[in-house]
Design a protein around this ligand. Structure first.
Ligand SMILES: [Zn+2]
Length: 277
């Protein structure tokens, strides 16, 4: 499932190509994703409009039109954008095709259809965006992701630190892969109750979260099953995994081996020696 780095890699791929282009037309497969694709809103507010820029909030891409309208896309489990010439063959599971004014098309392929597309018309976009953004957690690469804020959020909770890192209403965009990697780097056991962490430990978590997410973005994200950036390239950060998917393999820091357990219903990898409870 794409996490923050993969969505950010997708954003950068789209950002290199789309601003200044006009959406000449839109067609949809007719299949619903997680929700029905709002074809009438797309036709009314996105088709015919010039693209201004592409932002990201949490794991959503905000494709902003010069008009002020916004197309909001979530990649779900398997969503992938590609930018291709109009004559390039289409694929099964291409659920949205935006024709551009330069002979290219932006296609959203989503085999498992857990993604979503929403449209905010220009008149209501500011309110809808404010409401949407309030529901999402702190951006780990933004200014509010500080040791003080995390310490405060954690002080009256007893949930495991891994569950907090993955709690999308508290921290945006960190999923199972990066939560595992961050906790190994920080030397914290995934089950440590968050109210036991010191401000110093939160400082370490903040620094390492930023570093790991940035390194993953620079590596083009992680390609486990089938993630591809908008340019069609896989990511390579999976080659740098220290714990994720490495059960029984040697720890990179000590003589121990990586263990696997389940925390919050998710596969959890850690070194019992480097990350003691
Ligand atoms: Zn170790």
């Amino acid at each position: 499932m794409p996490e923050l780095p993969e969505v950010e890699v997708t954003r950068r791929g789209l950002l290199a190509r789309l601003p200044g282009r006009t959406v000449a037309g839109i067609s949809c497969s007719g299949h619903a994703l997680r929700r029905i694709i709002p074809q009438r809103l797309l036709a009314a507010h996105i088709a015919g409009q010039e693209i201004a820029t592409i932002d990201r909030r949490a794991k959503y891409l905000l494709i902003r039109m010069v008009s002020g309208a916004v197309m909001v896309v979530h990649l779900g489990m398997t969503g992938k954008f590609s930018i291709l010439e109009q004559q390039a063959p289409t694929h099964r599971h291409d659920h949205l095709i935006m024709r551009l004014d330069d002979g290219f098309e932006v296609r959203l392929n989503d085999s498992r259809r857990f993604g979503s597309i929403e449209v905010w018309p220009a008149e209501t976009a500011p309110e809808e965006e404010a409401r949407f953004s309030r529901e999402e957690g702190i951006e780990p690469l933004g200014g509010e992701f500080t040791p003080d804020n995390l310490f405060r959020v954690a002080s009256n909770r007893r949930i495991p630190v891994k569950v907090l890192l993955m709690h999308s209403k508290i921290i945006a965009g960190i999923g199972n892969i990066y939560a595992n990697e961050i906790l190994f780097a920080a030397g914290l056991h995934p089950l440590r109750p968050v109210n036991q962490l010191t401000i110093e430990q939160w400082r370490t978590v903040v620094q390492l979260t930023r570093r790991i997410l940035q390194q993953a973005i620079e590596a083009g994200g992680s390609t486990i099953a089938d993630f591809l950036g908008a340019e069609g390239h896989p990511g390579y950060f999976q080659l740098q995994f220290q714990v994720y998917g490495r059960k029984g393999l040697a720890c990179s820091r000590c003589a121990g081996t990586i263990s696997k357990t389940v925390v919050g219903g998710r596969a959890t990898y850690y070194c019992a020696c480097c990350q003691s409870l």
